[in-house]
Design a protein around this ligand. Sequence first.
Ligand SMILES: [Fe+2]
Length: 722
Amino acid sequence: MSIMQERHAAVVEFISRVKRVEAEDGVTPRALDRIKPLLAGLATRNELFPKDHFTVPGADKGRIYRLAEDPDHRFALYASAGVPGKKQPPHNHTTWASIAGVYGQEHNVFYERIDNRSTPGQGKLRRKGELTVEKGKAVAFLPDDFHTIEVLGGEPSLHLHLYGLSLEHLPGRIAFETADGGAYKTFPANPNIATLEIPPGALKEMIRDGEELAILDVREEGAFARAHLLFAASLPLSHLETRAAALVPRKGTRVVVMDGDGGAPAQRAARKLFDFGYTNIAVLRGGAEGWKQAGFELFSGVYVPSKAFGEVVEHECATPRIEAAELKKKIEAGENLVVLDSRPMDEFSRMSIPGGVDCPGAELVYRVHDMAPDPNTTVIVNCAGRTRSIIGAQSLINAGIPNKVMALKNGTMGWHLQGFELARGETRHAPAPSAEGLARAKRRAAEVGRRFAVKHIGHDALSRFRAERAQRTLYQFDVRTPDEFRAGHLPESRMAPGGQLVQATDTYAATRNARIVLIDNDGVRATMTASWLVQMGWPEVYVLDGALEGRALETGPEPPAVLGDPGAVDAVAPQRLKALIDRGDAVVVDLDTSLAYRRGHVPGAWFAVRSTLPRSLGKLPGAETLVLTSPDGILAKFAAGDLAGTGRKVVALEGGTQAWRAAGLPLEAEDGRWAEPPDDVWYKPYDNEKAVEASMKAYLSWEVALIEQVARDGDARFRTGF
Ligand SMILES: [Fe+2]
């Protein structure tokens, strides 16, 4: 078990024992006498507190690292690192506290307050005793006990500090100027608590230890896409409340938060995750930059594990491919072939190969028998670039269909780069399978399942997995089409069309080594999807047998899973906003992606990014009401909450831009008002307005080069040979 896991287990156990003591004895000297040995016991376990996890940066005298804190800020445990010379004047805590030594010496002098508290700002102290707290020793304080501390000796020290309430929520503490008392000052709640940091080497070991691990990169996706860790998931600080629960469903998951350089954004995100109830969090020291300096690989682009996997599949399985020019000739010659596009409908209708039919990834084996019933029909699978055409074609080959199967090399981009016209606005899609097509699909999928040792479970096992969710992460993905999902799905399941789940796995499941249960109606698509996740190295993938039979289903889209609370935020309805805009009384700020903003926004709206909105305020017109909007209005409310205290009148658009559109109000596509540069999301090669061809070429070579880079990184566990 990694140190992070062991420490977390020990801390969780310790806090639960402290809670029992407090419940039994209250906040009393007797309770503290029982808590002291518990804390001293935890502190003696030196293996849990390696020196390089608890450093003191730069010229500072000390740094306090948070080890645990309940969402209501009670039972806060810290590791306080000090260097010789660290000193604190006599102060109280206003909550109970206990200190125990891990290493080094922290000298404590104890005082009691003896004045009658009639003069504000003045008081008297009497010295009660002293103790040098070191390994094996502990002290404790009632809320109004006073003490001084001083780090002794020539070595850094580390001490565990336990408080009834977190230091960030103790605004009324006082500190005297001298040991006798006299004048005192109330000092503010300590805002400088850090989440503990781990060095890059420790993270590298954790990636390899096979236990659950979520590496969350909290920069905006644009920065993430320039340089990130292979197995980091993009979870921008802007979207923590709306995306964290789906990406990391288990609160006890080992989470490493990172940003570009291990600075404030990662610490801010870690603080929020503690508030949401996550308990086992560390920050990657030095962020992406520190990772690189440690000699490890950084990757550009998005969905990198999946993309690299696609390249490995093509290489190892020798997936047959066809050049765009050759395909064009065959089409023109009227050869017996069908072009199946393995992307979702929205991407297909944006641009497709003329004559192609949409049949997204997991649907290929399911629907191909009706699309190409004649074994002499050649089946060409394409996407925009490489991954989904390779995986799609190889799916059909693994399934053993009698037809000749080829991947279109470089997909629609390859077609475009040859100077051929693409079709636009197409909506042709492969129909649901006939009875005979389905029977064949089932037979072939079952064989694929056997070959790749896909595991099956029933609802009894799923119930057990659900019961174990506090210990083991469980993802329940419905891999059918979005329409089928909305028409009826198992409660708790998430919409994850199989092809997309394989193509962008990190956007669905951030916790490596989690349990994944795949759901569909007859096993074909779940089995095909599972076969790929198994080859990608996911250790526990299951197909749920008889998943939907006789079950109560929910309809409609997946409900948003939101963490935290934006607080009381004023909202305006779309029509009311329209009136405000018409009178010139509102400045609208759109927090949707820059891509969506370019496609259409509330007329006159500015583009901004939630995480940097406070600093963008100065760029916005000042006088009017600030109206924030986002796709469904949820993010807008959180962002409005962020601006409380800035002095600006801020409201959210109720229901967001969707509600505006639903009210029949117009959107404008003209883009001109940028409070932030559009660096919030990764732009696909064809999203770039300028130099589209150059972007496409660069992108395609990047994909091909991933094989070597992933090999250098060394942590992928791809396995195609079964
Ligand atoms: Fe203290």
